[in-house]
Design a protein around this ligand. Structure first.
Ligand SMILES: [Zn+2]
Length: 582
């Protein structure tokens, strides 16, 4: 390497790109007078890494390829295992030619390393031509290419075969789309966002509710990727000026994944969002969702009723749909006619008649609900009540012998009452139909690998009052598994409100929300934040996280909590690995 450096420095001096003083200065700064001089020159700003690489390419008599604007061909990562690419510092940049007569142009940091070239020839089993790339840029390219491809260390031994199912297409665009989908599945993402701006194509995954930027293909691949996705989802290829929705299924590691695709034109091009849909087998029981034992008992009782209404409330992304599907799964027996109206149908359930809302052909929630009631259902799940008409028909259905399950967009369980009133449902109809209301949130779960006992800040202790007394909390200190955040995954926090006579009186009297809340508490209702604090004591989350996500309503809320209500034993242990969808 030292001799090598001398050649490079001599060439740079000869070309006048470097002064003798700069070289002297660098030699003094270099740890060893014979090596590291080039690094010192770069550090001093006397030359750029690109200049060094250019001169080395001249000396080695191989072409120089600038990776600055290079578009990765993802199909090539499948042909060289990651450890090989890393140890040889080499990456096939292009592979051209007919099958059987292909030639790989391989970017290398040191193209004179003939042993490495031989090894590559053996791995690729085709002719290899070498070019020189700037080592730092090459390292970063290798890192990005394999990060995008989802080809991890562990599968490197199996090489190309293990990767073949995700990379069925030979074309770069097909491969790039497959890589993005495969990586999203492997990282447990719920959504993929792919959107261009003036200069960049942004790829982001939603993982555990957070939208995280990812290394993705370049802007020049945008059009091709959108076209490819439209083909997969059977959308109109010629149309790029209006929004389009579709669905497709792809297979990854032998597992079928359903994807809902939405494309919307923006000023800088078509924006793509894909939702990866959970499979029905992922739906388990209420206890596995983390619903407290009392709440599970209430839900079991309510779902045994022949008619009435169960509402699940919470903002978008709080896991309402998963709770509704858990109810449907429990009720899905041959003796019951279970029908659903959904927008969109997220999980297919055997035996259940699922109807997709199509507003453009008049198949609204209300319209579909009217039709469904003529199909003699026992149980009707209405994805969401968001207008007067749907609310009215749903309440009527609950009053006329059907068990109705639905969701409402409110902050807490008590908030469902004024919302139904706003939709024009009279108090007597609410009292006669609503059996129970669930409210829920998803909070970040403390990372199991770095959890350790922790005392929350005094202000937080004060915030939660008596419920937080006595300690027993944990927090994550940060590790590789949780990317130093201290949290990994999410856990549901719930409140289940059953309408008792106190509540019914308050509803009958058209009581405002604070009074409805008081009536609920008199009946022993445990608010969501209390379940949150109980979950903290089970080592599942932190008071800081509960305070961030859930509001505590007023001083009276704290005063009304009996000390004996604050026992971890009232919560059931949530299962692990349950995927919660919004
Ligand atoms: Zn951790």
């Amino acid at each position: 390497m030292a001799e090598h450096e001398d050649f490079i420095i001599a060439a740079l001096l000869e070309e006048g790109r470097l002064s003798a003083e700069a070289v002297d200065k660098a030699r003094r700064a270099a740890p060893d007078k014979r090596s590291g001089v080039c690094d010192a020159l770069v550090e001093q700003g006397a030359v750029t890494r690109r200049d060094l690489a250019l001169v080395r390419a001249q000396i080695c008599e191989v072409p120089f390829v600038d990776l600055e604007q290079f578009q990765i061909d993802f199909a090539n990562t499948a042909r060289v295992p990651k450890p090989t690419a890393e140890s040889l510092q080499a990456m096939p940049l292009f592979i051209v030619g007919a099958p059987g007569a292909e030639v790989a142009t391989v970017g290398m940091a040191n193209p004179l390393d003939l042993r490495a070239v031989d090894q590559l020839r053996r791995v690729l089993r085709i002719e290899v031509e070498t070019v020189l790339c700037e080592p730092t840029a090459l390292r970063s390219l290798i890192e990005r290419a394999y990060a995008m491809s989802g080809q991890g260390e562990t599968r490197a031994g199996a090489g190309a075969e293990a990767f073949a199912d995700a990379t069925t297409g030979r074309e770069p665009i097909v491969a790039a789309v497959n890589q993005v989908l495969a990586q999203a599945v492997e990282r447990g993402a719920s959504d993929i966002h792919l959107g261009p701006d003036e200069t960049t194509l942004h790829l982001r995954f939603r993982i555990d509710g957070e939208l995280l930027p990812q290394q993705g293909p370049g802007l020049s691949a945008h059009l091709g990727i959108v076209q490819r996705l439209k083909v997969m989802a059977n959308l109109d290829l010629t149309q790029s000026r209006r929004p389009q929705d579709g669905k497709f299924r792809f297979s990854h590691n032998g597992r079928a994944v359903d994807v809902r695709l939405s494309v919307i034109p923006t000023v800088s091009g078509e924006n793509v969002v894909m939702r990866l849909l959970t499979s029905g087998s992922a739906i388990r029981g209420f206890a596995e969702l983390g619903i407290p034992a009392d709440g599970v008992a209430t839900l079991d009782r309510v779902l045994d009723e022949p008619h009435g209404m169960l509402l699940v409330t919470g903002p978008t992304g709080s896991g309402k749909t998963t709770t509704l599907y858990t109810c449907v799964k429990k009720l899905n027996q041959p003796g019951l006619n279970v029908m659903t109206i959904e927008d969109p149908v997220e999980i297919r359930m055997p035996l259940v008649r699922q109807v997709q809302v199509h507003t453009e052909i008049g198949m609204t929630f209300a319209g579909a609900l009217r039709s469904i009631l003529r199909q003699d259902p026992d149980v009707v799940m209405v994805g969401e009540i968001r207008d007067d008409e749907t609310a009215r028909i749903a309440v009527q259905a609950a009053l006329t012998g059907h068990l109705v399950l639905s969701s409402l967009h409110t902050n807490d369980a008590c908030g469902a009452i004024p919302r139904l009133r706003d939709f024009g449902c009279p108090p007597f109809a609410i009292n006669a139909s609503v059996l129970a209301i669930v409210a829920q949130r998803l909070v970040r779960r403390v990372c199991r690998d770095c959890a350790k006992p922790d005392q929350p800040a005094p202000s937080l202790m004060k915030h939660f009052g008596a419920a937080a007394a006595g300690g027993g909390f944990v927090s994550g200190t940060g590790c590789a598994r949780c990317a130093s955040s201290g949290y990994a995954g999410r856990v549901g926090v719930y409140e289940v409100l059953e309408l008792d006579s106190n509540m019914q009186t308050a509803i009958e009297n058209n009581a405002p929300l604070p009074q409805i809340r008081q009536a609920a508490r008199r009946g022993g209702f445990a608010p969501m934040w209390l379940d949150g604090i109980n979950k903290c004591r089970m080592g599942l989350s932190t008071p800081a996280e509960i305070a961030r996500v859930i509001s505590v309503h007023g001083e009276d809320a704290l005063a009304a909590i009996e000390p004996d209500a604050v026992t971890p034993s009232t919560s059931s242990q949530p299962g692990t690995g349950v995927r919660l969808s919004a």
